[in-house]
Write a protein that binds this ligand. Structure first.
Ligand SMILES: Cc1ncc(COP(=O)(O)O)c(C=O)c1O
Length: 414
């Protein structure tokens, strides 16, 4: 079977229709589908955009924690950026070596700090002086060799990131250096987080020098970590983050430093958004005046971004073909299969007339899609499928209702 789902192929809707039907018949609906070829292409595009030789890309698995997809990043030579201990747990399961996992998170309690250091993670970017203190204490208590640790600070620069809660201001670097010195450790890294979903490339390129100036205040500076926040163009023809421009600017500046500084780049949504599609079937059609109200067999609990977080995701009809795509479209709301008042997958979409049994595809949901799904509304989560080498395979089982009981303690057993 030929496999091509993705933004470039949107106009080839007869093809999408055939594939979508086949997948839904095989695996059931709704269904998350990931196009492996699209993912490989994106990884190649981002990887080659930054030619600076000491660069390590680390996929931000906060966006998608499916092990089969993490393995694709690992085999492409990427490391993993962990936001939480759970990210690290999944990364280890996906075969990442702890030395290829970079922790850049916030607010771990003591057992969690012990856990991630015990798992062998050695590059840690701390978000506050208190977290740095805790980290140094745990490293000493666990008897970890000083030379195997790379500690860094997350940077807070209000002139760039406004009132972001993240990071430590350079004014506090002296305090941080005292803490690491006393622990016999080096403070060798600086991590810069731009905020999420930034399509304006200049928002990154114009701050490179400021970030480097801050890093140069660390006497043992060895690495710079940039990410995430690299945008993805969810709106067709919308502004897109330009990796080539960013890569050229960053490479030029890094090459001029006169000493070898390791560069870590943490793309999240930019790496994985495009390859994911959520397929669903139409279960109900009604009209309110000229507006088409479509009920589908998925819900915002399966994909919370559009309704709950106000993000836009393009929705297409998989029935469209070259003839139909020229036919009339109607203002259409795509509604989920619950009575929750915010259960909209899309509002005011332009779609042709649909009928019960038709298939719709919600595009670009590889990031913050399944990862943000929940059991809110008490619907089990969809299955996930990977398209690779012309074949499809299940990479996560569809849940059944028993999941709603897991961890519940029945009063009858008391
Ligand atoms: C430190 C860090 N790196 C990377 C990411 C991924 O972000 P994005 O998907 O916006 O690239 C996040 C997201 O919260 C993050 O906190």
């Amino acid at each position: 079977m030929k496999v091509e789902l993705g933004k470039e192929k949107v106009n080839d809707t007869s093809f999408i229709g055939g594939l979508a039907q086949e997948l839904l018949n095989h695996y059931g609906s709704p269904l998350y589908v990931y196009n492996g070829e699209t993912l490989h292409q994106t990884i190649r595009h981002i990887t080659t955009a930054i030619s600076y030789p000491h660069t390590q890309f680390c996929f931000a698995s906060v966006t998608n924690g499916n092990i089969a997809l993490l393995e694709i990043f690992r085999t492409a030579g990427w490391g993993l950026h962990a936001n939480t201990p759970g990210d690290i747990y999944l990364a280890l399961e996906a075969g990442f070596h702890p030395s290829h996992i970079v922790y850049s998170g916030s607010n771990l309690n003591r057992p969690e700090m012990e856990q991630i250091i015990d798992w062998g993670v050695t590059t840690l970017n701390l978000d506050s002086i208190a977290q740095l203190q805790l980290c140094c204490k745990v490293i000493a208590e666990l008897g970890i060799s000083n030379s195997s640790c790379r500690l860094g600070l997350r940077l807070n620069l209000p002139e760039i990131t406004g009132d972001s809660r993240i990071g430590v201001n350079p004014a506090d670097f002296i305090t941080a250096l005292n803490i690491t010195n006393q622990a016999g450790l080096k403070l060798s890294g600086l991590h810069f987080y731009r905020g999420t979903g930034t399509n304006a490339t200049t928002a990154f390129t114009k701050v490179i020098n400021t970030v480097i100036t801050a890093a140069q205040q660390l006497p043992n500076w060895e690495y710079l970590d940039f990410g995430g926040g690299f945008g993805y163009p969810y709106h067709r023809n919308g502004a897109a983050f330009n990796w080539l421009e960013f890569g050229a600017a960053l490479t030029e500046t890094m090459n001029k430093l006169g000493k070898k500084i390791d560069l870590i780049i943490e793309p999240g949504r930019a790496a994985i958004a495009e390859c994911g599609t959520l397929l669903a079937r139409v279960v109900s059609v009604k009209w309110q005046g000229n507006k088409q109200i479509i009920g589908v067999d998925t819900t915002v609990a399966n994909l919370s971004v559009p309704s709950v977080h106000g993000g836009y995701r393009e929705i297409i009809s998989c029935q469209q073909n070259s003839q139909v795509s020229h036919s009339q479209t109607y203002v259409t709301d795509i509604c989920g299969n619950t009575t929750y008042s915010r259960d909209y997958l899309g509002k005011n979409c332009q779609l042709p007339e649909l009928k019960t049994g038709d298939t719709i595809a919600i595009l670009d949901v590889g990031a913050y899609g399944y990862a943000m799904s929940s059991h809110f509304l008490h619907r089990p989560k969809p299955a996930e499928v990977l398209l690779e080498n012309g074949k499809h395979r299940l990479i996560r089982q569809r849940e059944d209702y028993s999941i709603l009981l897991s961890n519940q303690v029945s009063t009858e057993n008391r």
